[in-house]
Design a protein around this ligand. Structure first.
Ligand SMILES: [Zn+2]
Length: 451
């Protein structure tokens, strides 16, 4: 058994800017991914119970190979002092389901009035109102008195509360983290999620993988036995301890003998996306639906068809969904109109450029800060389903127009999102070449193992 190896980058800085945030990535997924996500909830539980390393070592010994490359993600230095938990005086409480700070502190024999003082110690302390099961709170006592409390918000941002002269003082510290690179390869036998789990991929990374390729591969319907994947990804470590998975850096999915590849690239403006090695965007410029498909109801006596009315009298698609269901803008664009019309009710019109426009009507509410002229990004919430205007029931009326002509958004061939800009292309090639090379070498190993 060869243990899974990781490649480590220098851990000098506190933050990896290219790590997990992809602002323009849609949070609504293509339909099949949503279905898929629903079906993996049970698997997710299992994988969280077993540690990442344990699964990797136990299930995928023969699929791992050691590769050594530098990972020179820029790491800005931070003035923050690292938090040390080494002292013996520290006691740790783990947040459980239903906990709030009062119940946690109560377990430690702490007075509710003192707990209230902690929460009122400053705006940062308010994050202690949003405890999540599994998080840890560390406390240090000076005699019987609490002298310090440390709350690991997300494993990287740490809230530190100290008893000072005039009550509790709050500080926010970023722990020093290092980014390591790791990879997994796997072969699908029955489902992608099972194979991913066996290859040691977390649910988080598996969903990332499905989202990256979900525009081209229908993971619910098109998966074949023998499909293969290779994923190169980041892991975030602090004090030698893995804090969480980062983002996928590069990936390959061979579906039905067709190879799909993705590399992550961030341009000088900070725009990050996944592209194929030729610089073409893997995303489409538009989501197929503006409402999360799992929220679409089959109302109005139409038992199985969630869509009330499609491109008939009024040139749009109606989605029946409960009042308050989030509506997501289907593509990047500029808000042109935000108004209350007599027939359409609360309506937003978005201009996507190149002659594309989308319209969203009958909303119950607009997103509060939305204004005409504002830029919106694909997948952002712009409002909520309602029945304002002439609506027979709560639904979203959605129109997709190309050069002023109404088109059926469910059947139209959607354009791809913007490719790597011409001026960025040399930089793109240079930065992603090594990952393409890595996919090549991992792929060879993987194929050799299958034969
Ligand atoms: Zn309609």
């Amino acid at each position: 058994m060869t243990p899974k190896k990781v490649v480590t980058s220098k851990g000098s800085g506190a933050r990896t800017p290219s790590a997990p945030v992809r602002k323009n990535r849609p949070t609504v997924k293509p339909n099949h991914v949503v279905t898929l996500m629903a079906s993996i909830t049970a698997l997710g539980l299992v994988s969280f119970l077993l540690s990442h390393e344990a699964i990797a070592t136990y299930f995928s010994p023969s699929h791992a190979e050691s590769v050594s490359l530098p990972l020179d993600i820029p790491q800005p230095t931070s003035a923050a002092t690292p938090v040390s938990f080494k002292s013996d005086d520290w006691q740790t409480v783990t947040v459980v389901n239903g906990d709030n700070l009062f119940s946690v502190m109560g377990r430690m024999g702490f007075d509710p009035v003192e707990t209230q003082r902690i929460l009122e110690a400053g705006p940062t302390a308010a994050t202690l109102n949003r405890l999540v099961p599994g998080q840890r709170i560390k406390m240090r006592y000076d005699g019987s008195e609490l002298s310090e409390l440390v709350y690991e918000n997300d494993g990287i941002n740490v809230v530190q509360i100290r008893r000072g002269q005039n009550g509790f003082e709050v500080g926010n510290v970023r722990r020093n983290v290092e980014t390591r690179m790791s990879y997994s390869t796997g072969i699908v036998d029955s489902s992608l999620f099972l194979a991913a789990q066996q290859a040691g991929l977390s649910v988080n990374l598996t969903i990332q993988l499905a989202n990256i390729f979900g525009w081209d591969v229908d993971f619910a319907l098109d998966i074949r036995k023998g499909d293969r994947f290779t994923v190169v990804y980041e892991e975030i470590y602090s004090n030698g301890e893995k804090v969480r998975d980062g983002s996928i850096i590069a990936a390959e999915f061979v579906n039905d003998n067709r190879t799909h590849r993705a590399v992550r690239y961030q341009n000088a403006d900070g725009h990050t996306d996944y592209y194929n090695p030729f610089g073409q965007n893997l995303r489409k410029a538009f989501l197929r639906t503006p409402v999360d498909v799992s929220r679409i109801s089959s109302g109005f006596g139409m038992r199985f068809h969630p869509i009330l009315n499609r491109m008939k009298a009024h040139h749009g698609v109606d989605y029946a969904a409960p009042i308050g269901t989030p509506i997501r803008v289907t593509g990047d664009g500029i808000v042109r109109l935000k108004e209350n019309r007599s027939g359409y009710g609360k309506t937003i019109l978005v201009d996507h450029g190149n002659g594309y426009e989308t319209l969203y009507a009958h909303m119950s509410q607009f997103r509060s800060d939305l204004k005409p002229g504002m830029k919106v990004l694909q997948g952002q919430i712009i409002g909520y389903v309602g029945n304002t205007g002439l609506a027979t029931g709560p639904h979203l009326h959605y129109e997709f127009r190309v050069e002023g002509t109404h088109r059926d958004p469910l059947t139209i061939k959607l354009p791809s999102a913007a490719p790597v800009a011409e001026e960025d292309f040399p930089d793109f090639k240079e930065k992603t070449a090594r990952y393409v090379g890595l996919l090549n070498s991992l792929n060879k190993t993987n194929v050799a193992l299958t034969e």
